[in-house]
Ligand binder design. Structure first.
Ligand code: ZN
Length: 370
């Protein structure tokens, strides 16, 4: 069958401890990551049969001071699961980094999201990229800062460190979306993505939310914004109410939106992050919104990020698997190509990166599984 349209889809998995925050004596397990490692091979096989192409994922490793505090080394997850990560990379997956700016405040016994301290944020970025280089002998395939934090100095630092792709920007989302997370205190402000570009661009050194006027001046750093969609596409209030009962952390986010328009409530320009962790009334609603968002782009693409607790949290796991099951029944899925961020850019003709990194041409679909 001749396929006219191919839509690159980046599925980025933030590899993190199960809990967002924890004290130094109570490090949280990584059971969600271990579950995702088990979920990935059958999902990869199903997607390969579905699309007729190899399926690649992105794994963004938490490497930062909070991990160093809890597990004795900032690169704990890279070291402990090195063989599994090498296996994923050998199958074509991208391995990136996902630092958070968490700082444990021993006196107050809380975790501080230290976004106001430029030096601290820089040290987190440098620790993530530098430690990754030491362990793997290469620059991370992509970067995605935690808690929606980004700034022009941080983006410029990533460029300076040789990072080629960032996936932090979530168009339509206001700053400090997660600032009500229990056990945390937030300083400064996270990224204000309400007017962010919705397609790949080379960030301007003067303003990371604007494309560089000279196309980037030869610098090889691309921002690949996650996919967002028109607010009218999102689950109804009845569904959100049910969701709040099931997931109090997410409900805190909703509270921020309701009480503080300046933090991204009614002033949003009508778009929100197309989140896989929302409970959609029908999974096809999610995919309708996704394909609409993709085809509204000059070069259609999709980019989603999930956290590894998708593997261990019953509601998140059910929501994700329901979405993927629905995709298996969706004839539009034949147009998708599950790719790494670099492959997505190459497919969109947005990168001088090696064409050799393009995915192989369509393969003959395997026999359907029993
Ligand atoms: Zn995170």
């Amino acid at each position: 069958m001749l396929r006219i349209l191919m839509v690159p889809l980046v599925l980025c998995i933030d590899v993190e401890p199960d809990a967002h925050v924890f004290g130094p004596d109570q490090p949280s397990p990584w059971s969600g990551f271990e579950s995702m490692l088990e979920m990935a091979p059958p999902l990869r096989d199903r997607l390969r049969r579905l699309t007729g192409r190899p399926a690649h994922f992105g794994w963004s490793l938490r490497i930062d001071p909070q991990v160093a505090m809890g597990y004795g080394s900032p690169t704990y997850v890279a070291e402990k699961y090195r063989a599994r990560l090498d296996d994923l990379a050998a199958q074509g997956d991208a391995i990136g980094v996902h630092p958070h700016a968490w700082r444990w405040d021993a006196e107050r016994q809380v975790t501080v999201a230290e976004h106001a301290d430029r030096q601290w944020v820089d040290s987190c970025t440098e620790l993530a990229v530098g430690s990754f280089c030491q362990v793997f002998g290469r620059v991370p395939d992509y970067h995605r800062f935690g808690a929606q934090y980004m700034s022009t100095p941080t983006m410029n630092l990533l460029r300076h460190l040789g990072v080629t792709v960032d996936l932090t920007v979530e168009p339509g989302e206001g700053p400090d979306r997660d600032a009500q997370l229990p056990g945390t205190v937030w300083t400064g402000q996270t990224g204000d993505f309400r007017h962010a570009p919705t397609g790949p661009y080379r960030p301007s050194p003067d303003d990371y939310l604007r494309p560089a006027e000279d196309g980037g001046g030869g610098a090889n750093l691309w921002e690949v914004p996650l996919t967002s969609s028109d607010s009218s596409r999102f689950p109804t209030p009845a569904h959100r109410a049910r969701r709040r009962l099931q997931h109090p952390v997410r409900s805190a986010r909703g509270l921020v939106r309701r009480v503080s328009p300046s933090l991204g409530g009614p002033s949003l320009p009508g778009h929100r992050l197309l989140a896989m962790w929302l409970e959609w009334a029908r999974p096809s609603d999610f995919w309708d919104a996704a394909f609409e968002a993709a085809t509204s782009q000059p070069s259609p693409y999709l980019a989603f990020a999930i956290r590894t607790d998708t593997g261990s949290h019953p509601v998140l796991r059910h929501t994700f698997t329901t979405l993927m099951d629905a995709l298996m029944e969706d004839e539009r899925a034949a147009d998708l190509s599950f790719v790494t961020p670099a492959e997505a850019l190459a497919e969109m003709g947005r990168s001088e990166m090696s064409r050799a990194r393009l995915p192989a041409p369509p393969v003959t679909p395997l026999e359907p599984s029993q």
